[in-house]
Design a protein around this ligand. Sequence first.
Ligand code: NAD
Ligand code: MG
Length: 392
Amino acid sequence: MKGLCILGATGSIGVSTLDVAARHSDLYKVVALTANNNIDLLFEQCLAHRPEVVVVVDEHKALAFAEKLQGSPIADIKVLSGAASLEQVATLDNVDSVMAAIVGAAGLLPSLAAAKAGKTILLANKEALVMSGDIFMQAVRESGAHLLPIDSEHNAIFQCMPAGYESGMHAKQARRILLTASGGPFRQMPVEQLPHVTPAQAVAHPNWDMGKKISVDSATMMNKGLEMIEACILFAMQPEQIQVVIHPQSVIHSMVDYVDGTVLAQMGNPDMRVPIAYSMAWPERFDSGVEPLNIFDVKRMDFEAPNLERFPCLRLAYQAIATGGTMPTILNAANEIAVDAFLNERIRFTDIPLIIERCMDSLTATPADNLEIILAADQQARTVSRQLITEL
Ligand code: NAD
Ligand code: MG
């Protein structure tokens, strides 16, 4: 029986993880759940899954949650609050696996704490890895933790890599990674209409049902930019070895092209329970609850190269990793601020790459040697981006 902690239980990935965990209650015991402020959903999840402890980051909401528990059948659940409690539950002795599914930089410290504590980390929170790259991988190596990627593309790549990929043995054998992307909702929209798209249009993804921030990232293709950086870090690849491929049907979730000419692809219906179940069962497999892929329904599969003029965020991500050091952190922070401003209707969709590019131009990257430097770069980029938004 493995103890499971879900950071970001109330989000899209958190909900899918609990769905898979419930199918395998003989193998997984839910020990800890965390939420930022959605206490109604957290309460339902607690009734169904009976964790020992929960974190509600927002202190007022945590008090309200504790009141809600009183007199209920789950009054014995321990309630913690504050961001530091996330690290505490991610490193509990009876937690074996940590699903890192908080969105954005807020997930960095608890995910890194789980890595340092030698847990099995199911990593959905790509922003944490983009920010902390080498430090994160070093923590995993030093503690003997297992790092299993949840992002569907990286999970696909992981499945197409030989066992032992973590030791770098694949590096000589894999020529490149073909990182697939759906192209999002605006793949074919005339470029002159892009400044006028609304948040509601941007979050309506054609193939995947996800949180708001990653949905906007998919529409700008910053998601693929972050994933390209994530792939370089996870699989020790160079940026020029990662070819982004637009594949609108989202049936293939990525491919590895080997030196002998073999290309391995992983396919399946677009449902995050597939990579979640693979990572939870690894190195075995078990049922995810997802319908089998009906290959006859897949009438065709298209592939095209991305247009970097339509998707400047992808170009900026290649630029950030080429600069290195704290530049990926700066890219990520500027993107988080810009996406938030877009969702709150303070800037236009096409202002998102504009703000990120101006922020990157106005800051100088330094070596990302330690966490303090990374967190300071993150804060500075947020301040600069907020200022740039007022100057638009
Ligand atoms: P979401 O918005 O649906 O959920 C986010 C979760 O994080 C919620 O539980 C929320 O309470 C928590 N949270 C938000 N801000 C927080 C803060 N400041 N402190 C603590 N907790 C906070 O997001 P999601 O779609 O589930 O995505 C989560 C992560 O997984 C993201 O990094 C995303 O890029 C990645 N991911 C998601 C998908 C998907 O299909 N949804 C696919 C691949 C990768
Ligand atoms: Mg993905």
